[in-house]
Design a protein around this ligand. Structure first.
Ligand code: FMN
Length: 165
């Protein structure tokens, strides 16, 4: 009965990255231009704080909603989400899903962001989103797939710009 003395090994690597997906209602006033200015500010503060806290992720937004993915240490993700949820630039923040994952999906972005513009409409269409996003009806997997493709689109757009200049 020797085998009974052998401790059971945990299978696979430990799940150490906490991932939180939420959506909220965008209350940033103004038209496209004012919104872009506000968003640049939000993203720059986010990038500063998130690099300090080891948080990465992606923020998708249009005039009506924000949908954000946060990943990192569990306590830091919770702390960051709690701070974000109190921000008056949006309302009714609601968590869609939290889970632990083996690796970050957005390792290179202390917070990437993509506004829904005509330029990225083709990415939305590829995911079956012709009309406005209705995040309350979305599963976190759909959001993550969309964010990964928006991220890839942004990376290739930047590379194109670099080649062109
Ligand atoms: C939609 C949205 C997403 C945000 N995402 C982040 C984020 O990822 N990280 C962060 O630190 N702040 C984020 N913020 C800003 C926070 O709400 C808050 O203003 C900021 O963390 C305060 O930083 P400070 O205490 O360094 O001034 C976000 C705000 C909004 C409206």
């Amino acid at each position: 009965m020797l085998h009974m003395l052998i401790p059971v090994q945990r299978q696979g690597p430990a799940l150490m990255i906490h991932q939180l997906v939420y959506y909220s209602r965008n209350t940033v006033p103004g038209g496209d231009r004012a919104m872009l200015t506000n968003m640049r500010e939000i993203l720059s503060v986010s990038q500063r704080n998130n690099s300090r806290d080891g948080i990465t992720g992606f923020l998708i937004f249009d005039k009506t909603h924000f949908v954000q993915i946060l990943e990192g240490d569990r306590a830091k993700v919770t702390e960051t989400y709690t701070r974000i949820a109190r921000d008056s630039r949006h309302s009714a923040a609601a968590i869609i899903n939290v889970r632990d994952v083996e690796a970050r999906l957005f390792p290179n972005w202390t917070m990437g962001g993509a506004m829904r513009t005509p330029e990225v409409q083709e990415v939305y269409l590829q995911h079956g989103f012709g009309g406005p996003l209705e995040p309350s009806r979305l599963k976190s997997e759909q959001i993550i797939r969309l964010a990964l493709d928006l991220q890839a689109f942004e990376v290739s757009r930047r590379q194109g710009q670099r080649l062109a200049s």
